[in-house]
Design a protein around this ligand. Structure first.
Ligand SMILES: *Cc1c(COP(=O)(O)O)cnc(C)c1O
Length: 423
């Protein structure tokens, strides 16, 4: 491989069609943020749209629901049109609502319909804990024992899953499958199309948690026939801490009764009739529960307008170039110091690079003190997410050189190898 130099990355930055978007974000001059897979950065547009919504509250009070710059009553639907592009769905198959965990509760409550002999939920042993807690409680609510009825597909290496193992676990007693699109630790991107096809051959509904793919990877949920999906918008979608999430419900399920009903799922025209018979909207909107959180939705207005211009295909293409450069530079500057645990194949990799090292916790502390913001996942994984909208190729180059300095001088040994409360 030819040597990667400062000139190489300068050329990459010059040819980067998305380079100008970096100026739209609050990026610090003396720091390189590689943690956009945990919390995306604030853009000026997201800040402005939040201020706009606040202003409508200030000026209009209750009339902000129908008046104002972005009428709140239909804002979740309006924004869903733009989010639908990111997940590959029709506009009414998507709604901005809830948070990942709440949305999973809603969709599992809706799609998990156990019958005698078909009582299990299939998940995996590497997924995010909150997803598992939600599925455990959904089983308990149906009077089932999570110890026996929650099947978690095993990983052979604690980092990635073998899709064939998942398919082999799709047995007759499985009533629902819930999987991540991208595994949060290793960044493995699962083949959602293949898994959906296999699930449907066996008549099992399947849903995906898109937290680590939305905004980084394009999806074709409708084309693949996925039954449902859910996600948060505060990672790659940059909608702010605790920002309102989203759900996708395939249109063939619009007539399903939501597992958790609430008045914001009502048909818009009749919602304020205040009738005690629930008349759900026949769209993903029918799965909303209560009054939408406007101040945590507002940043999405600005953020999604950036995605509309940048285009998810271009974002994905730059993201793959960034992670490839990162891995190539690690190979050049720090050969064999870290074990790269994310899939190397572009088609199997999400938006971040995952490195294993016994001193991962304290290496992350040293990186932070050197102006690099990484992300640590216990027990020994460093995640580095160069984000297409606000990281340059030069950022990746500088980050690896700083990491090389930290490793070569053993500077990290000054720190205790223990994670912070928030990691
Ligand atoms: C980020 C993330 C969550 C967080 O859920 P919240 O309800 O937003 O706190 C859950 N699951 C996965 C897979 C995640 O990546």
């Amino acid at each position: 491989m030819t040597q990667i130099t400062a000139e190489t990355v300068e050329l990459l930055d010059q040819n980067d069609e998305l380079a100008s978007f970096k100026n739209e974000f609050y990026v610090k001059n003396d720091s390189i943020y590689l943690d956009g897979n945990s919390l995306g950065l604030l853009s000026r547009r997201a800040e402005q749209s939040l201020l706009d919504v606040l202003n409508d509250w200030k000026e209009q009070g209750i009339d902000g629901w129908m008046g104002g710059k972005y009428p709140w009553f239909t804002l979740s639907e309006q924004l869903a049109e733009k989010l639908a592009v990111l997940v590959g769905a029709e506009a009414n198959e998507v709604i901005v609502t809830g948070s990942t965990t709440v949305n999973l509760h809603q969709l599992a409550a809706t799609f998990f319909e156990p019958k005698p002999g078909k009582t299990k939920i299939l998940a995996d042993e590497l997924t995010f804990p909150s997803d598992i807690y939600a599925l455990q409680s959904q089983l308990k609510l149906k009077g089932l024992n999570p110890e026996t009825e929650l099947v978690q597909v095993k990983s052979k290496n604690w980092m990635t899953l073998d899709e064939q193992d998942i398919i082999d676990a799709m047995t007759d007693d499985v009533a629902l499958i819930v999987l991540p699109s991208v595994l949060y630790r290793s960044g493995q991107l699962l083949d959602m199309e293949r898994l959906t096809k296999e699930a449907h051959k066996r008549n099992i509904p399947i849903g995906f948690d898109l937290c680590h793919s939305i905004g980084a990877v394009p999806h074709e949920l409708s084309k693949w026939g996925v039954d449902f999906a859910l996600w948060c918008n505060y990672k790659y979608v940059n909608a702010g801490p605790g920002g309102v999430g989203g759900i996708y419900v395939n249109k063939k399920h619009f007539t399903k009764t939501p597992g958790l009903s609430g008045w914001f799922g009502s048909k818009k025209e009749s919602q304020f009739d205040m009738d005690h018979t629930f008349d759900a909207e026949e769209s993903a909107g029918g799965f909303q529960i209560g009054t939408p959180h406007m101040l945590s939705t507002a940043p999405l207005i600005g953020s999604l307008s950036i995605f509309e211009e940048a285009k998810i295909e271009r974002i994905r293409s730059k993201s793959l170039k960034l992670t490839t450069l990162l891995m190539d530079l690690l190979d050049q500057e720090l050969k064999d110091v870290f074990k790269v645990v994310n899939p190397l194949d572009d088609a199997r990799r999400g938006g971040h690079v995952a490195l294993m090292h016994n001193d991962a916790a304290r290496i992350c502390k040293a990186l932070k003190d050197n102006g690099i913001v990484p992300d640590f996942r216990a027990p020994n994984v460093i995640r580095l997410a160069p984000v297409a909208l606000y990281n340059s190729f030069r950022d990746v180059y500088d980050a690896v050189h700083i990491l090389a300095k930290i490793m070569n001088t053993r500077e990290y040994e000054k720190y205790e190898n223990k994670r912070e409360v928030i990691a």
